[in-house]
Design a binder for this molecule. Structure first.
Ligand SMILES: [Zn+2]
Length: 200
């Protein structure tokens, strides 16, 4: 994909098609072909990720309703993706991972090696979509991969987006819902607040 700059300093594809942009004019990575084979739990196909991340949270696996209880909606994150969250459970976590329902969460924990290496389950009441992750281009320097750019940031015009990002506001650790039958690990060197966690 050849990425060029127009006279306003905005990125575009040399062979851009209308479907390369969303309704807000944001340019998206092009992933050709249908998903085949085993579900890759650690990666999220951009079109599918947008489908479950845009608007009301949906389960990232089955696209049904994610699990909700009085503490909020269920999120399952790789522990290493959000070590910050582990360190301070307070405050917000920004993630490209969609919400999940309980049966898909259990299935993911059995199937996904990345999750088996460490995960946290969170309950979230408020999870607005705040921006995108993608490749940030510059007219003068090498592109930067995996940059999170918030909506409203002028840098959005220089991004080829891959994923929508949600901010999980006041995320609360859920140590009970998925505890049965799983022994989970926390990456070495991560300090957990309070007494040791009970992961089940
Ligand atoms: Zn599901």
């Amino acid at each position: 994909m050849t990425v060029l700059f127009d006279e306003n300093g905005h990125v575009y594809f040399a062979d851009e098609r209308p479907e390369d942009r969303d309704v807000d004019g944001l340019l998206w990575e092009r992933w050709e072909g249908a998903q085949t084979g085993e579900l890759d739990w650690a990666a999220h196909h951009p079109a599918r990720q947008r489908e479950v991340m845009d608007g009301r949270p949906l389960c990232g696996v089955c696209k049904g309703d994610p699990d909700r209880d009085e503490r909020g909606t269920l999120w399952l994150l790789h522990a290493d993706e959000n070590v910050q969250a582990l360190v301070s459970f307070l405050g917000s976590v920004t993630t490209a991972t969609p919400a999940v329902c309980i049966s898909c969460a259990r299935r993911a924990l059995r199937a996904c090696q990345e999750l088996q290496r460490g995960f946290i389950a969170l309950r979230v009441r408020e999870a607005p979509v705040i921006g995108v992750r993608g490749t940030l281009y510059s007219p003068t320097e090498a592109p930067l991969a995996n940059q999170v750019v918030r909506f409203g940031d002028v840098a959005l015009h220089r991004v080829v987006a891959r994923q929508l990002m949600r901010e999980l506001i006041n995320a609360e650790l859920d140590e009970t819902t998925l505890a049965a039958g799983f022994s989970t690990t926390v990456p070495a060197g991560v300090a957990l607040p309070g007494p040791g966690p009970v992961w089940g």
